[in-house]
Structures are given as structure tokens and as C-alpha cells.
Design a protein around this ligand. Structure first.
Ligand code: GRF
Length: 191
């Protein structure tokens, strides 16, 4: 078991999963420290959440770099400086490339608001509603070079027969935080 595993959390927007994981690390439910918040949308709300929790933030735009490779190399430099050994994606709206995948083999995970492999990609909840599914859900999975396609680690099913996004969305998000915390807690204990 790695003592005091150092996590980086990557996010692009709101950051409620970021905050849930960070608080779980702070109060000891996850045996880890959040060493860095990586945000590809400077000024996104997640950066405020991180600052309130005194977590260092790396804000950078991919388009400021000549290529995805250079962008990820810049991130990797910071991850190494911070001795990061595990990465959680939490609403990070990009496909992870080889630079990071090769540096963190089986050490990058993501949370997605559907029962994968159904409904990968953007607006999974909307896709599932449109399809008329009766069981929604959340998945935590390893990250590979595909869109929401890596090996599944944990899932929770959310039966719902209605068709109201307003009703469903908070139900799905309420299931995300405990599942992500419980899953990451187990993973970091087995590094
Ligand atoms: C969540 O629904 C997560 O499953 C997906 O992106 C959303 C991020 O929400 N990958 P938040 O920024 O953590 O509030």
C-alpha cells in the first residue's frame, strides 16, 4: 500500500466531483493528498473550489501549445514536480493522449454518467433519456485512448422511469460522488 498517494484531478468545468474527492482526501476517507488540480479552461468554477481548499491549480489551454503532445508534456512536467502518482478525471472534456497514458499506465481513471459501454461522450444523460432507458447509472473506468472506453472498475444503476432531465440529473450526480470516492479509496490502497 502506498502511503500518502499523491493525486492529480483533471477537470474542465464545474468541479463537484473534484470537490467531493478533495474533501474525502482531506478528511481521510481516501488515503491520499490532492497535489494538483489541472484545468484546461482557465477560470472554470473548479479552480475556485480548488483555491478554497488550498489545492494548487494548473490552468492551461491546449490551444496555447503547438500540439496535444506538447500540451501534455507541459502537464507531465508539473505532475512530476508534484510527485503525482495517480490521476482522476472529473469532467475533463478531452481525450487523454499517449504522453500521459504512457506515463501513468493503469493509473488514470474517469467517472461517466451512464452505464458504459452505453452512451459514451457528451451529454450521456440526454442521450439515455432520448433513448428511453429505464435504468440509468454511473461508471468509473480506467482511461485509455478511446472516448469513455477503458476497462470498467465500478458502476451503480439508477432505475428511473420518467423523462424529466430536471428530476434525473440531480439523481445521477448524487450517485457520482459516493461511487467515485469509494472507488478511488480502494484503488489508491492497492497501488
Ligand atoms: C459528471 O457528470 C461526470 O460524470 C462527467 O462530467 C460531469 C462533471 O461534473 N464526466 P462536475 O464538474 O464534477 O460537477
Amino acid at each position: 500500500m502506498t502511503m500518502n498517494c499523491r493525486l492529480a484531478i483533471f477537470a474542465s468545468g464545474n468541479g463537484s466531483n473534484f470537490e467531493a474527492l478533495a474533501k474525502a482526501c482531506i478528511d481521510g476517507r481516501i488515503n491520499a493528498t490532492v497535489a494538483l488540480c489541472v484545468c484546461d479552461h482557465p477560470g472554470a468554477y473548479v479552480t475556485e473550489r480548488a483555491k478554497k481548499l488550498n489545492i494548487p491549480v494548473l490552468e492551461l489551454r491546449q490551444k496555447s501549445f503547438p500540439s496535444k503532445k506538447e500540451y501534455e508534456k507541459a502537464i507531465l512536467d508539473e505532475l512530476r514536480k508534484e510527485n503525482v502518482d495517480f490521476i482522476c478525471l472529473a469532467g475533463y472534456m478531452r481525450i487523454v493522449g499517449d504522453v500521459l497514458l504512457n506515463a501513468y499506465v493503469d493509473r488514470i481513471v474517469n467517472i461517466h454518467p451512464s452505464l458504459l459501454p452505453a452512451f459514451p461522450g457528451i451529454d450521456a444523460i440526454g442521450q439515455a433519456l432520448k433513448y428511453g432507458v429505464k435504468v440509468f447509472g454511473v461508471t468509473v473506468h480506467y482511461v485509455d485512448h478511446t472516448l469513455d472506453g477503458g476497462k470498467i472498475i465500478s458502476q451503480v444503476a439508477i432505475p428511473y422511469e420518467g423523462n424529466s432531465r430536471e428530476e434525473l440529473e440531480p439523481m445521477v450526480h448524487a450517485h457520482e460522488h459516493p461511487l467515485y470516492i469509494e472507488t478511488v479509496a480502494k484503488l489508491v490502497n492497492n497501488l
